[in-house]
Design a protein around this ligand. Sequence first.
Ligand SMILES: C[S@@+](CC[C@H](N)C(=O)[O-])C[C@H]1O[C@@H](n2cnc3c(N)ncnc32)[C@H](O)[C@@H]1O
Length: 277
Amino acid sequence: MTVPEWLIRNRANWDERVPIHLKSPTMYSLAPLRAGTARTEPIAAAALGPIAGQKILHLQCHFGLDSLVLAQGGAEVVGIDFSAPAIAAARNLATALGLADRARFLVSNVYDAAAVLAEPASFDRVLVSWGALCWLPDLAAWARVVAHFLHPGGWLALADAHPAAYVFDNATKTPDGMPGWYMPYLGRAALVEDRIEDYADPAAVLTNTRTHEWLHPIADILTAAIDAGLRVERFQEHDTARWPMFDCLIGDGSGNYRWPDKPWLPLSFSLRAARPA
Ligand SMILES: C[S@@+](CC[C@H](N)C(=O)[O-])C[C@H]1O[C@@H](n2cnc3c(N)ncnc32)[C@H](O)[C@@H]1O
């Protein structure tokens, strides 16, 4: 089967980011994880609920930082990501931290996850968080993958940037220093980007610059979950986000970021959607 261009481009881009992120002292600091003091960011933690003893599938887990925090909190975790260097780094970290017995990592495109993980209907939670959905072209197919792995009563915990925030661009500024327009909310077409910079390291220069991204409106996210048979139990919009999506955002004291002057404009959302028991 022909590998689609979005998959080739995006994977090459993410493969290249892994060593950069592993050295990032700010966004991906490993020190709290190594010290055993790292905690799941509050918005995702609220969507997850109690995790001790829970079996959690973490989709698009990157190099496993957030997955390993869950394992330290007493969960049994499987992390999946399509980047082989990311998964190799995750496995190394799991071994170094003595967590390999409760944190497994697999290389796979999200859409092919059922082919590498033969454990349907066995997870208490599926976690998808922070900068994940914008890389996926087909949310209906994604939601079916999520539902496939949840056991009855288990739920999807989703925390990600708000699509209303994705319409703004950090690279262009209005005269008052605010972000310019980036992509239309209801556009639904792939945005093909060509950017050399990495968000976690201003000094990094990427060579695999071309990426395909999608803005999924809130209605499409909820509809995908519902059509996959999940029941929306909690949906919230937040005035903070996990990473400084725009230069003008300021720290909120909990590790997240907010507008200096626009608390009425959401930066993220969270969703809990359960497979009915
Ligand atoms: C911004 S990172 C997510 C970070 C993660 N939530 C965390 O906090 O560590 C996006 C991740 O999605 C992965 N990714 C993108 N498209 C994917 C796909 N189709 N299948 C699997 N992983 C994918 C990338 O390799 C990258 O690790």
